[in-house]
Design a protein around this ligand. Structure first.
Ligand code: PMP
Length: 287
């Protein structure tokens, strides 16, 4: 079965799914995106993803390209046409095609692309003995809260991590504090069993999974602190983990080659992972 993409109002086979060579996303990274997980046919946290999309677009002084109802319908149709019940849906909006010039063009229509592909999440997430991360200086721009398609530092960091046999790269600010991963939010568990993740400022992305895990943790009586933590604190912590739409809750068992805790996923991480998995499987309420 060939994959189908939605491109500016049309459903097209992938080999015909093109955008213009002067699309501003291609030339200037002038665009934003969302990646949502689909579990058992349900789009996880669809509304928070649409809220974040709208906010990112607002920072670029753009509007949603289609009303939310239409975006939801197109999402369903892309999932249906690609027969995805478990997987991801990718949505990208750019300022569209215009003669190349830096200022916003007067009359460009936003370009919208949606794609979907299957991923076998539950097995993957539930059956995991933890990941390694490596740290590197955070050399990104100052607006990491905008989910922009400008991902070059993230791509280079992830590649550097993979070349060191690590799953993720953790960015560290000039004060030695972890900001986030190249495509995930960073967490530790402190000695008192509290889950700690960096507070939301313009230097990290407000992850939808981060937000959901904070809620699930608090509902389950696990304390959460939103504050910066240093790389040293993370290396000495009993547990560390990461969160994202495509990684769910994943234990970190090594930071820069040094074991975290006893080198295997810890109890708070596993509890949060299971809470998040049940939430995705529809076992916990969607608030
Ligand atoms: N930080 C960055 C830099 C990311 O790219 C992502 C993934 N989009 C995240 C955090 C996690 O966000 P989410 O939980 O919404 O996938």
């Amino acid at each position: 079965m060939s994959r189908i993409a939605y491109v500016n109002g049309r459903y097209l086979p992938h080999d015909q799914a093109h955008v213009h060579v002067e699309d501003r996303g291609y030339q200037f990274s002038d665009g934003v995106y969302e990646v949502s997980a689909v579990c058992g046919g349900r789009v996880i946290d669809e509304e928070p993803h649409l809220d974040r999309l709208e906010r990112s677009l607002g920072e670029l002084r753009m509007n949603l390209p289609l009303p939310r109802t239409a975006l939801r319908l197109v999402t369903r149709e892309v999932l249906r046409r690609n027969r995805v019940r478990d997987g991801i849906v990718y949505l990208q909006v750019t300022r569209g095609a215009a003669a190349r010039d830096h200022p916003f063009p007067e009359a460009a229509e936003g370009a919208v692309v949606l794609t979907a592909r299957p991923v076998r999440w539950p097995e993957r997430a539930a059956d995991d003995d933890g990941a390694a991360v490596v740290s590197m200086p955070d050399g990104r721009w100052g607006r990491c809260d905008v989910k922009s398609v400008s991902l070059l530092p993230n791509v280079l960091a992830k590649q550097a991590a993979r070349e060191k046999d690590a799953y993720e790269a953790w960015f560290v600010d000039p004060e030695g504090r972890v900001t986030e991963g190249s495509s995930t939010n960073a967490w530790i568990v402190d000695d008192a069993g509290r889950a700690v993740t960096r507070d939301l400022q313009s230097n990290i992305l407000g992850g939808i999974t981060r937000r959901r895990v904070i809620r699930l943790a608090r509902e389950a009586g696990i304390e959460v602190e939103e504050r910066p933590f240093t790389l040293d604190e993370a290396q000495a912590a009993p547990e560390a983990f990461l969160t994202s739409t495509t990684s769910f809750v994943r234990a970190i068992v090594r930071i820069d080659g040094r074991p975290v805790g006893d080198d295997k996923p810890g109890p708070v991480t596993l509890r949060l992972r299971d809470l998040y998995l049940s939430y995705c499987r529809g076992g916990l309420s969607n608030r």
